[in-house]
Design a protein around this ligand. Structure first.
Ligand code: PAF
Length: 282
């Protein structure tokens, strides 16, 4: 596996593949890779002969009081894991390489509507930063297919909307959430949890499953949501939301039709803010 740090070196690799008519798969990450990320690489391999993964902790998607500086940076370990999972090229650019005019002065990509709720409402500017960096990465890698984890469900919708609206010829593939034995969704931020908190955080997935059961039983959404919040609080976490939305656009479901819904949770446990979701069958 080659490791490249500049746009010029990446372009040289990608052009050679394109000339050979080979498909390119792409997995963008912020590094500190775990089994969830590596499942994205494996899925990309199923769709393309060549796989590029990027490791870039993107400053424009962090708010002023968020963990940009302390975000775990583990490039050597990431390189070894990616090589072992069949990645062909690791792109690990510097901030200057990605933002030649400085992160604060970058041209930004703004995605409307879908960013106005949940994570977008709680983290102003976050999805603009994500859409901006993903557009830049797409332009550099020129993939045929890009793989995103379903754990960041709203991000997946933002990337899909952006890709379609900007007429980018890229297939966006969603990868299933990879979970620990107690149901906790894998995330780089899980390492902010003590081992006791990590065990307790299994409550998030159990709550999502309970929300699904109640939804299937026809219980009103408000009652499901308030029970879910109470369970999360009783387990010592502080929920930002525990909600049921339409999976297509995260709007509040119309009670006349209970199809295509998703349960989503964001909650704070110790130093970590954890998000998770579960598609509902009906
Ligand atoms: O999901 C992530 O790790 C990031 O938001 C992404 C897509 C790599 C953009 O920085």
């Amino acid at each position: 596996m080659d490791v490249v740090h500049t746009a010029a070196d990446l372009r040289a690799r990608v052009s050679a593949w394109r000339r050979a008519g080979a498909r390119i798969g792409f997995v963008p990450t912020m590094g500190n890779l775990h089994a969830g990320h590596l499942s994205l690489v494996e899925l990309a391999r199923e769709h393309a002969e060549n796989v590029v993964a990027s490791v870039f902790v993107n400053p424009t998607q962090f708010g002023p009081n968020e963990d940009f500086t302390s975000y775990p940076r583990t490039l050597d370990a990431d390189r070894a894991s990616l090589a072992a999972h069949g990645c062909n090229v690791l792109f690990a650019p510097s901030v200057d390489e990605m933002y030649p005019y400085g992160a604060a002065q970058t041209v930004r990509v703004e995605v409307p509507q879908i960013v106005e709720t949940l994570e977008g409402a709680l983290r102003p500017g976050h999805f603009s930063g994500v859409a901006t960096v993903v557009t830049k990465l797409f332009n550099l890698v020129q993939p045929d297919v890009a793989v995103f984890g379903q754990k960041d469900y709203q991000q997946l919708l933002v990337v899909r909307r952006m890709t379609k609206d900007l007429c980018l010829p890229i297939e966006i593939v969603a990868a299933p959430i990879v979970r620990e034995a107690n149901g906790l969704a894998m995330s780089s931020r899980n390492q902010y949890l003590s081992s006791e908190e990590r065990e307790r955080a299994g409550v998030i997935y159990r709550t999502l499953c309970a929300m699904r059961e109640q939804w299937n039983a026809g219980r009103p959404i408000a009652a499901i949501e308030s029970d879910a919040r109470a369970v999360l609080e009783a387990a010592g976490s502080i929920p930002d939301y525990a909600t049921i939305r339409r999976a297509a656009d995260l709007s509040v479901p119309d009670l006349s039709g209970r199809h295509g819904a998703i349960a989503l949770i964001a909650t704070r446990m110790g130093r970590a803010r954890l998000i998770d979701n579960l598609l509902l069958a009906h």
